[in-house]
Design a protein around this ligand. Sequence first.
Ligand SMILES: Cc1cc2nc3c(=O)[nH]c(=O)nc-3n(C[C@H](O)[C@H](O)[C@H](O)COP(=O)(O)OP(=O)(O)OC[C@H]3O[C@@H](n4cnc5c(N)ncnc54)[C@H](O)[C@@H]3O)c2cc1C
Length: 445
Amino acid sequence: MITTCLSLVLDLGGAAAAKQAATHGVRVIVAEQEAIGGTCTNRGCIPKKLMVYAADFALRNQVAHNYGWSDCQRHIDWSQFMTAVHQHIESIHQSYLQTFQKAGIELIRGHATFVDAHTVELDGRQFTADKILIAVGGQPIKPDVPGIEHAITSDGMFELQQLPKQLAIIGGGYIGVEFSSMMNALGVEVTLMDTNELILEGFDDDVRSAVQQGLSNRGIRFLNNTTAKEIKPGSQGLQLILSGDCKDLTADTVLVATGRAPNTKNLGLENAEVEVGKKGVIKVDEYSRTTQKHIFAVGDCTDRVPLTPVARAEGRAVAMTAFGDKPQKVNYDYVTSAVFARPEAATVGMTEAQAREKFGELVQCHHTEFAPLFYRLTKQDEQVMMKLVVDGNSDRVLGAHMVGEHAAEIIQSLAIAIRKGVTKQDIDATIGIHPTTGEEFLLLD
Ligand SMILES: Cc1cc2nc3c(=O)[nH]c(=O)nc-3n(C[C@H](O)[C@H](O)[C@H](O)COP(=O)(O)OP(=O)(O)OC[C@H]3O[C@@H](n4cnc5c(N)ncnc54)[C@H](O)[C@@H]3O)c2cc1C
C-alpha cells in the first residue's frame, strides 16, 4: 500500500513536512488554496523585510551628509519598489514548484476539507490518507469596533497602491511596531496606539522601553493605554474616536494589528473529530498530534510560537515522528525572535521577569547602553541596549536581549551558545571582533 501523507496546506510548516516526508519514500500531496508559500512568502516575513530594507535607505540618506555624501535621492518610487517585491515573490513560487517537482510532491490547488478522519475533499475529488498534516496557518482578525471595516490589516499593507500620508496603527505587537517604523522612515506621519503601558507585550521590559523610546525619537507618536472606540469617515480622512482623555485622531489609513486567528473554520474538523480550543486553535500534544493520533497540526493553527522557523521545525519533526525511526519533539526554550524596527530588537531565552519568577533573587542582569560608532558622526541620538540575564548560582546565561543595529544577527549567533549552556564567564573569556557592536556583549560588567 502506498502511504499517503496529505499535507493540508503549505507554507513552511506544511512544505517542510512534505519535503521531509518525501525523503522517506512516502507519497505526498499538498493542498494549497492560495499562492504557494503561505503567509511568510506572500503577506509576511519576506515582503515585510524587503519594505524594511527600502525604508533603511531613507534612514541612511538622512545621515549620509555626515559622511560627506551629497545629492542623495530622497524619493521612493513606491510602485517600482512593489513591482520588484512581487517579482521576487514570484521567483520564490517558482522555486517551491521546482523543489516539489524534484521531490515528487504533488501540489493540488483548492480549499481542502475533511470528509472523515482519513478522507479529504479537494478540488472536487476525495483523497484518502494514513497520515494527515494540517498546517493551515492563520489570518488577521479585527476587533469589534464600529467602523472597523474602514481599517486595513497587515495583508492590506502589502497591497497599498501608494504610501499613506498619515497612518494610525491600532496594536503595538511586533507587526504593528514594524510597520510603524518602516512607514515613519518612508515619510509617513505615524501614530501607534496600544492598550498597554508599553508596546511589545511579552518582550523584556528593557527591550520594550528602548524600542518605544527609539521610535519616539524618530517622530512616531505613541498613545499608550489607548485604543480606538470608533472609526468614522470624515472630510479630512478617517476619524478615530479614542478611549480615555485622548483627542480624536485623523488619518488617511488605519492599520489594525491586534492579533491573528487560525484558519480552522470551514475545514470540516468536526467530521474528523479533531478538537479545537479557544479561537479555533487546534489542540496538539508535544509531537504535534491532534486528538486523532494520525492527524498532526503545526504552525500558526496551533497555540505555540507563531514564527516561520518554528512552523518549519514542527513540520520536519512531524515527518520524522510519522515516518522516521524515532518520534521527534521541538524544544521551544530558546526560540529566537526579532522585531525588525529601527531600532531593531532581538531576544532569546528568558526575560528578566521570567527568570526572577523561576530563580528569584539569584538572577543577575548585566546591562549596557551606548551610542554606536556609526551614529557618532551624526547628531542623531541612537542608543544600543544589551542585556544578559544570568542565573547567579550556576553562572549560566538564561536570556539575551538587544535593541540596536544588527540585533537579530547578533542574538541569533549568541543563541547557539546560550542553548548549549554558556556561562557568563565563558562569554567574558571570548575575544571579540573590534570594532563591532556585538563585541559589547563580551564586555558586559
Ligand atoms: C506581517 C507579518 C510579518 C511576519 N514576519 C515574520 C518574521 O519576520 N519572522 C517570522 O519568523 N515570522 C513572521 N511572521 C509569521 C509567519 O508568517 C508565520 O508564523 C508562518 O507563516 C506560519 O506558517 P504556517 O505554515 O503555520 O502557515 P501559513 O504560512 O499561514 O500557511 C498556511 C497556508 O495554508 C493555506 N490554507 C489555509 N486553509 C486551507 C485549506 N483549507 N485548504 C488549502 N489550503 C489552505 C493558506 O492559503 C496558506 O498558504 C509574520 C506574519 C505576518 C502576518
